[in-house]
Design a binder for this molecule. Sequence first.
Ligand SMILES: Cc1cc2nc3c(=O)[nH]c(=O)nc-3n(C[C@H](O)[C@H](O)[C@H](O)COP(=O)(O)OP(=O)(O)OC[C@H]3O[C@@H](n4cnc5c(N)ncnc54)[C@H](O)[C@@H]3O)c2cc1C
Length: 327
Amino acid sequence: MKEGKTIVVVDNPEKSSSSNVAGGIYNPVVFKRMAKSWKADALVPFAIDTYKSFEQSYGMNPLWDVPIMKIFANEGEKKLWLQTWNHGEMDDYITNKILEDPYPDHIHNPLGASVVLQSGAVDVSKVRETIRTRLAGNYIKDDFKTEDLKLTKEGIEWKGVSASKVIFCEGHLGSNNPYFPKLPLRQTKGEVLIIEIPDFEPKHIINRGCFILPLGNRLFKVGATFEWKDINETPTAKGREELQEKLNAFLKVPYKVINQQAGVRPTVVDRRPLVGLHAEYPQVGIFNGLGTKGIMLAPYFANEFVQHLEKGTPLTKEVSITRFERG
Ligand SMILES: Cc1cc2nc3c(=O)[nH]c(=O)nc-3n(C[C@H](O)[C@H](O)[C@H](O)COP(=O)(O)OP(=O)(O)OC[C@H]3O[C@@H](n4cnc5c(N)ncnc54)[C@H](O)[C@@H]3O)c2cc1C
């Protein structure tokens, strides 16, 4: 739309959607390895600028100013953090400032904590709602079936809509897309809890084995689990217990579980998005595989894809679907 193009979105909101349960968190640091997340230097500023630009385009700001506070679970984690800070290349994302005992009434925190710079969260449902409203008549609530899609010389036709291209952005449901059978799109289930904690108003997302994201009105989202076998959208007792166990390890105060949600992430074997046009039918494209990091990845690669479609600029080779079509 920014490029002056008209787009029509066909979406069945009744269908499974990972974005509906996502925390909306962006984090440039991979805590396990204390390494920079892939392409963080390019992705994070681009994502922040994009979400900020919603203020001007749509009159709303979806960014929540809640940087991630990492609570050190053991001496090893703290040591690694401080060693990593010394390396230089992570200085845009972490500092050597250790907070001795933040939120002492609520968080068990004997080894201290530190804050991730350029991290935070996005109100995903607000983004979706705003864009749907903006699309107005060009947002069509319907089931998209490939049987209804006709490829023509000029482009495509679907139920009376003509367009130069169709781009499949189906999330994990794209793993059954008949146009892209070779792409290794996988499904990773994740669960979150919505909890209520009275009299606690942290200015951070708190992370220690799981995250606690403040939603306002005493509510918090706690997540997330990872499950590769039983793929469905049903919350489980196992998921709840796993999250509560992690939470109980550092939350000092009682809380009430208000809700539990499950979703399925569209993941890829090499953990990179799937972007590009079909090798034989150039009027058919895909934008998928956002995995665990849709918030950071989507703005940058959506823009890159548009430039590719409009100007023929090459796609980053790690995301281009040609990496799976060659061999
Ligand atoms: C528990 C959990 C927590 C997460 N937390 C985070 C987080 O904190 N930060 C982060 O960056 N990412 C997070 N993620 C990952 C994030 O949700 C995904 O990266 C992202 O939402 C994927 O977006 P998508 O648009 O590709 O897919 P989806 O959100 O699944 O959207 C696909 C859409 O396509 C529609 N659709 C599919 N097929 C059809 C059809 N045939 N006809 C009509 N409509 C169709 C669906 O209705 C849906 O609306 C989390 C995921 C889970 C499960």
